[in-house]
Ligand binder design. Structure first.
Ligand code: GLA
Length: 395
């Protein structure tokens, strides 16, 4: 439901309610209490878009909004979700259905290879995240499910193991050619910090960030499976192949630098050149953004966000007019910066605004959006929150 910034509820209500909602959905569906409840956050990526599958850095933040999974051992696999219709039963070894239950089946299959899956489970899912809004509801679901099911099986997996299970479920079982950013922040997020994740080395660095971020949903849903993300990833792999002809040892596109662009322009088919340019410039921007955040220089961070959006619009061609409009409106009204976050082709814009003026700026953006598109944009705020955790079962 769209709502104005001033009516935004404190986020703790959202956090509590996903566990509460999952527990009560479980009780009303299966007429008993769950044994385990786990939850994981969605994420907003501050900057570092489409770099995670190119060996570059990313700088995501875990949202206060979460997905909770309530589960209990059973002889069957049965799932219910607060956002989808009806109880679904599934065979773990049966064919995938091209629907939301594939994510759960994928996690169960991956856990089984680690001997960390229960033989069966009844599962109820609830979320306070918008679905298909570029805020990684899928990684919140897979990471929370991996945590809940492994606990049910009596195993305590590390955060790194949960990332791997969730990533493999999405990449290998569901077939989305994602990188590891979303699962990594869902598992390793910390309250009050953004996470600088260097995807080439796997290094994680928490960068303190105590401020607030605003999310403006474009209302245009994106579906990743089989879509444009897979196509872009394929283009990047093709580009890497061309680059290796002249740089044989090259492992990732993010290892290239601006100085390589003339050679790239000569060697690559023209449509691939801007894709590589985005990866190179975004890699540099993300490192600068981490420095700016560390130094508390929010003006500089904001400028980098806007430059990042421009690069997505012009070079990566992953933005949509609604997002371009929101970014322009945010800048016009005095935000530090804004950009489309997540895979793109729909989803949400992240806005960084001076605390003293943020409510007014967000109201102006909402007004502009309504006038231009004739509908309201949902707007809400978040602080950097915590990663996956076991929840105490609410009464
Ligand atoms: C999706 C993928 C991520 C990442 C982003 C783009 O969210 O799941 O791995 O590639 O797109 O930055």
């Amino acid at each position: 439901m769209p709502h104005s910034p001033s009516r935004e509820k404190p986020s703790t209500v959202n956090r509590l309610s996903s566990a509460r909602l999952a527990t009560s959905l479980f009780a009303s569906t299966f007429a008993t209490h769950p044994k385990v409840v786990a939850s994981a956050p969605g994420r907003v990526n501050l900057i570092g878009e489409h770099t995670d599958y190119n060996g570059g850095p990313v700088l995501p933040v875990a949202l206060e909004r979460r997905t909770a999974v309530a589960a209990r051992l059973a002889e069957r696999w049965a799932f219910i979700s607060g956002t989808e219709d009806g109880l679904q039963e599934a065979e773990i070894d049966g064919p995938m259905r091209r629907g939301w239950t594939d994510y759960l089946v994928g996690v169960a299959r991956e856990l089984r290879t680690l001997r960390a899956a229960p033989p069966g489970a009844e599962i109820a899912i609830a979320t306070t995240l918008p679905i298909g809004a570029g805020l990684s509801s899928s990684a919140a679901l897979t990471v929370a499910t991996a945590k809940a099911l492994s606990l049910l099986a009596g195993k305590r997996l590390s955060a790194a193991a949960l990332v791997e299970v969730a990533f493999r479920a999405e990449y290998h079982q569901v077939g989305v050619r994602c990188g590891r950013m979303d699962q990594t922040i869902a598992a390793h997020g910390q309250r009050g910090s953004a996470l600088l994740f260097d995807t080439a080395t796997g290094t994680l660095r928490q960068v303190p960030f105590r401020g607030r971020l605003w999310i403006v949903e474009t209302g245009v849903s994106h579906r990743l499976t089989g879509g444009a993300l897979n196509q872009r990833r394929h283009e990047c792999e093709e580009a890497l192949g061309f680059c290796r002809e002249w740089r044989p040892g090259l492992e990732h596109l993010a290892q290239l630098s601006l100085r390589d662009l003339p050679e790239i322009g000569r060697r690559l088919p023209p449509p691939l050149v801007p894709r590589v340019r985005h990866v190179i410039t975004e890699t540099a921007r993300t490192r600068s953004a981490a420095d700016a955040l560390t130094a508390g220089d929010l003006s500089r961070l904001g400028r980098l966000l806007v430059e990042g959006h421009e690069s997505l619009r012009v070079d990566y061609e992953s933005t949509i007019p609604e997002a371009d409009f929101i970014v322009a409106s945010a800048v016009d009204h005095g935000a530090y910066g804004a950009r489309l976050t997540g895979a793109g082709w729909g989803g949400a814009v992240v806005v960084l605004a001076p605390a003293s003026r943020e409510a007014r700026i967000m109201a102006e953006i909402q007004g502009d959006f309504k006038r231009r598109f004739g509908r309201a944009a949902a707007v809400w705020r978040t602080r950097a929150s915590a990663g996956v955790r076991r929840e105490t079962i609410p009464d």
